[in-house]
Design a protein. Structure first.
Length: 209
């Protein structure tokens, strides 16, 4: 794949799988550099800080599903993995941002509404108990949460010159919400409604008055 300039995407979750994949990528990179290829690590739930640094060194990009806390809750990690501390570093968005690795948001077949997932990335609520599973490894700002959906998502697609931010020369693909999610109470973010959707500068959806 490296020799033929193809891009690889890896879908996995655990730290042992991450180690196997990173070792294989590093071996390939010794022969043909893949650093600028943006090979993608999808569903990367349980990285160590060492995995994150190695991902940075290889120029890898990452997608993560922050609503995994809502879907699974802390009990899953105790019951399934017999580890009462593992929940603290599931999808550690703070670690990825601090390392400078582009991480984009995903939904894993659930919680499709962007406002809900954006809200969950800021609070990391356990959907079973209603308790927060926030930890230092997961703490990000609203701007960073938005970046996971916008500029970082565009980088994953190699479309950052066309999409991901509102600026001259890019497609006017955007939504208008019924509230300012950068300043409203954080728990109101999940209830934000789309009032207008534009694609390439043309309105394709408008909420009823």
């Amino acid at each position: 794949m490296a020799r033929h300039n193809l891009r690889l995407q890896f879908t996995f979750a655990g730290d042992a799988a991450a180690e196997m994949i990173l070792l294989a990528i590093e071996a390939a990179n010794e022969r043909v550099s893949i650093v600028d290829r943006r090979w993608l690590m999808q569903h990367f739930q349980h990285p160590t800080k060492g995995h994150i640094q190695r991902s940075k060194d290889l120029g890898l990009h990452v997608t993560g599903y922050t609503a995994v806390d809502y879907s699974k809750g802390a009990a899953v990690y105790v019951d399934r993995f017999d580890d009462g501390e593992l929940w603290k570093s599931v999808i550690p968005t703070r670690w990825w941002f601090d390392a400078g690795v582009p991480i984009a948001q995903s939904t894993d077949g659930a919680h499709y509404e962007a406002p809900f997932t954006l809200w969950e990335s800021l609070v990391r609520i356990d959907g079973r108990t209603g308790e927060s599973l926030m930890s230092p490894a997961k703490q990000i700002s609203r701007e960073e949460a938005l970046r996971m959906y916008t500029t970082n998502g565009a980088r994953v697609l190699f479309w950052e010159a066309r999409l991901g931010s509102i600026e001259p020369g890019k497609l006017a693909d955007l939504v208008v919400l019924d509230r300012n999610i950068l300043t409203c109470p954080v728990d109101e973010i999940r209830d934000a409604k789309v009032m207008l959707t534009m694609v390439a500068g043309k309105a394709v959806y408008e909420a009823a008055p």
